[in-house]
Design a protein around this ligand. Structure first.
Ligand code: PLP
Length: 392
């Protein structure tokens, strides 16, 4: 059987990621492939590092995109910073904290868990108590923006507690980078990783990471070798370091890196703070429309993420059927709940390029039409006006 070329259907991506990719990013990725040691490519790498430092708000020299999805960025942080026998405190309030525990255990470390209920922020007092009870701990890790629930934790406060107990802090910023306030240097974050496919609106598969001076010092003082060859930052930096003298480490994903560069140029053109404000503005409009319809957001307002809106499924509604109909009838993708929230919430993303007026209106209109036709008890004909009023 001969296969034909693949042409994906047109979709609007308003789930938990990937988000809609800007046409400028797709166009950049279609440019000719050059060698990964070509001087022109090395120039792009330097520019990319500068743009990432801007996005992360850091001067960290060890800032680069890892060739792999957010999970590889996560693993890069753990394999470089955890040695066998280390005690590591993991704060978990959703799916991704659980993966951090796995990482620690696979590095030979002992994970001490600080559990907060799903749908709530990490509790700083619980972290404080746990660190007081585990004086040997030398590392704390948590997720800044929990994609599985739509909750933002107070990264600055958690890092400050970690440092007070002589621990370094690893922060997962996969969903926060570019979408809500994040200041790596001001907040003294030691190691951080993100993903290309959420609020940066690039294609999936690249993971920006950054390591601060305390983390670099700890990596250099390691006694046990880093168990991953690919993720060993000492080796990767031979390629991602500085100057024209770069040595081969792995063949970089050239065209996706063009795409990430373009995505970051777009972010810089808009301005980081303006991008954060745009996510918030469209979140408020979406929320106004959903609430006018009679739907409820699942997360308390003070810790809600603008870029990931968890919405309670009304009683008696088959949530999966709603998502299927949105996809097939409107080309609109939203997400379902995960883990403890499976079947109970939808997750509506407003990430990066997808956080715009047109998408908010499409989502409200399509959701109203589908829920209305299924006989759900919603108020009809008011959501779009409520969103418009919120935009002012
Ligand atoms: C908070 C968080 N951490 C880590 C990941 C893993 O990223 P990836 O799927 O790109 O490997 C995700 C992906 O959704 C995420 O939302």
């Amino acid at each position: 059987m001969s296969a034909a070329s693949f042409y994906p259907p047109q979709r609007t991506l308003m789930g938990p990621g990937p988000s809609d990719v800007s046409p400028r990013v797709l166009a950049a990725m279609a440019r000719p492939t050059i060698g990964h040691l070509d001087p022109a490519f090395v120039g792009l790498m330097d520019s990319l590092k500068g743009l990432l430092q801007y996005a992360f708000q850091t001067d960290n020299r060890l800032t680069m995109p890892v060739s792999g999805p957010g999970s590889v960025g996560m693993e890069t942080c753990f394999v470089n910073l955890v040695q066998p026998g280390d005690e590591v405190v993991i704060c978990q309030n959703g799916v991704f904290g659980g993966r951090m525990r796995e990482n620690v255990q696979r590095c030979g470390g002992n994970a001490v868990m600080v559990e907060s209920p799903w749908g709530e922020a990490v509790d700083p007092d619980a972290l404080e108590r746990t660190l007081a009870a585990h004086p040997a701990a030398n590392l704390v890790a948590f997720v800044h923006a929990e994609t599985s629930t739509g909750v933002r934790s107070d990264a600055q406060a958690l890092v400050e507690i970690a440092h007070r107990h002589d621990c370094l802090a690893i922060v997962d910023a996969v969903t926060s980078l570019g979408g809500s306030e994040l200041k790596v240097d001001d907040w003294e974050i030691d190691a951080i990783y993100s993903g290309s496919q959420k609020c940066l609106s690039c294609t999936p598969g690249l993971s920006p990471v950054s390591f601060g001076p305390r983390a670099v010092e700890r990596i250099q003082a390691r006694k046990a070798p880093i168990q991953s060859w690919f993720m060993d930052t000492n080796l990767v930096m031979g390629y991602w370091g500085s100057g024209q003298q770069r040595s081969y480490h792995h063949t970089a994903p050239i065209n996706p890196l063009y795409g990430l560069h373009e995505a970051l140029v777009i972010l810089q053109e808009e301005g980081l703070e303006q991008a954060w404000a745009r996510h918030q503005r469209h979140h408020l409009a979406l929320r106004a429309g959903l609430e006018a319809m009679g739907l409820q957001l699942a997360v308390e307002e003070s810790v809600r993420l603008p870029q990931l809106n968890a919405v309670r499924v009304p009683n008696g509604v088959d949530e999966a059927q709603v998502r299927t109909r949105l996809l097939t009838e409107y080309g609109l993708e939203i997400g379902g709940g995960l883990g403890a929230l499976a079947g109970k919430v939808w997750r509506i993303g407003l990430m990066g390029h997808a956080a715009n007026e047109k998408n908010v209106l499409l989502c409200l209109g399509a959701l109203e039409a589908v829920l209305g036709s299924m006989g759900a008890a919603i108020e009809r004909g008011v959501a779009v006006e409520a969103a418009r009023a919120a935009w002012g």
